[in-house]
Ligand binder design. Structure first.
Ligand code: MTE
Ligand code: MO
Length: 319
């Protein structure tokens, strides 16, 4: 029998649980109780940094083409509030995620490509010039952050992968290791986490493969050593800890689409006018500020991406 599982973000009282707990902790920090963030969070970051064989690449030069009209989310907040179901279906996964072993780490490129191959993460990262970009992140749960990512355009990976003309999509997969990631022992989830993009989306300037954030190698809880950032789409499209890129003719079935097809589609472009079946997407909470602001179509990136979807009537572009 298929167990119908409800994702954590669909629990109606979600506003009242982990986030409220977190934000009240923030209030403590703001009031001078720095011991909490000071003692715990930077240690987590420092550990990831020390062990990383690519630390010499950071900080990378900021690309001035990507600017924000909101403040960067404080790093400590970003390190302590994550969605990474491999380490738990709640936001406080940072400590558990330190079990993620990020070396050795191999990335496979397969499917409809000129030549399938596997490449070590350090060789992969060093192939491409890294740059910093300031991007928004809008979770489907209606909270938002703004993050200084470091990485390289996904188009550079496409050039390296040399997909065949018949490839229409790129499917991405997260690691699978339930000994390391306790969430993967929750067998009702369709592990490994899978996401996908149309080739044209992956080739868009905005699609970014992330190797770092806040001027250093990516923290484990943020999806080290390699994740996606597609800021015009809901956050669940931005898959973490990628081990595989597969080029396909058929549209891949994603993790959340497999779990709840009526609520989480393939395209998942941000749109304030298309509510989630169980809550509005009209506004979003900017984490760390207490502010709630109107959501913008394509999360404000329409000038760069709206053309991708011009002739796609009939597709559910916004779920
Ligand atoms: N492998 C994997 N990738 C994932 C997730 C996940 O649970 N597992 N969560 C997604 C969701 S819902 C969001 S909002 C973002 C959160 O990224 P952050 O924790 O760095 O803010 O990662 C996305 N990528
Ligand atoms: Mo999300």
């Amino acid at each position: 029998m298929l167990i119908r599982h409800t994702p954590e973000w669909s629990i109606p009282e979600r506003e009242a649980t982990p986030e409220a707990v977190f934000l009240s902790r923030r209030a403590v920090i703001a009031a001078g109780g720095l011991a909490v963030a000071g003692a715990v969070v930077p240690c987590i970051a420092a550990r990831a940094d020390e062990e990383d064989p690519t630390s010499d690449l950071y900080p990378a030069t900021r690309n001035p083409g990507y600017v924000l009209n909101r403040e960067i989310t404080p790093e400590a907040l970003n390190l302590a509030y994550n969605n990474f179901y491999e380490f738990g279906s709640h936001k406080q996964v940072a400590a558990a995620a330190q079990a993620l072993r990020t070396r050795p780490w191999e990335v496979s490129i397969d499917g409809l490509v000129e030549a399938e191959r596997t490449i070590g993460i350090d060789e992969l990262i060093r192939r491409f010039p890294l740059e910093e970009r300031l991007y928004r992140l809008r979770c489907v749960e209606a909270w938002a952050m703004a993050i200084p990512w470091t990485g390289f355009p996904m188009r550079a990976l496409l050039d390296f992968a040399r997909p065949l003309g018949s490839a229409k999509y790129v499917r991405m997969e997260t690691f699978l290791d339930s000994a390391m990631a306790p969430g993967q022992r929750q067998v009702w989830y369709p592990w490994p986490y899978v996401e996908g993009l149309a080739i044209e989306e992956a080739a868009n300037d905005l699609a970014f493969l992330v190797t770092g954030a806040y001027g250093k190698p990516l923290a484990r809880q943020m999806g080290a050593p390699l994740r996606l950032a597609v800021p015009w789409k809901y956050g669940f499209k931005s898959i973490k800890s990628i081990v595989r890129f597969t080029f396909t003719e058929e549209r891949p079935k994603t993790f959340w689409e497999t779990i709840q097809p009526a609520e989480y589609g393939f395209w998942a472009n941000v749109n304030p006018e298309v509510p989630h079946p169980r809550w509005s997407q009209a506004t979003e909470k900017i984490l760390g500020t207490g502010e709630r602001v109107p959501t913008v179509i394509y999360n404000g990136y329409g000038a760069l991406v709206a053309d991708l979807y011009r002739n796609m009537g009939g597709e559910k572009l916004f779920m």
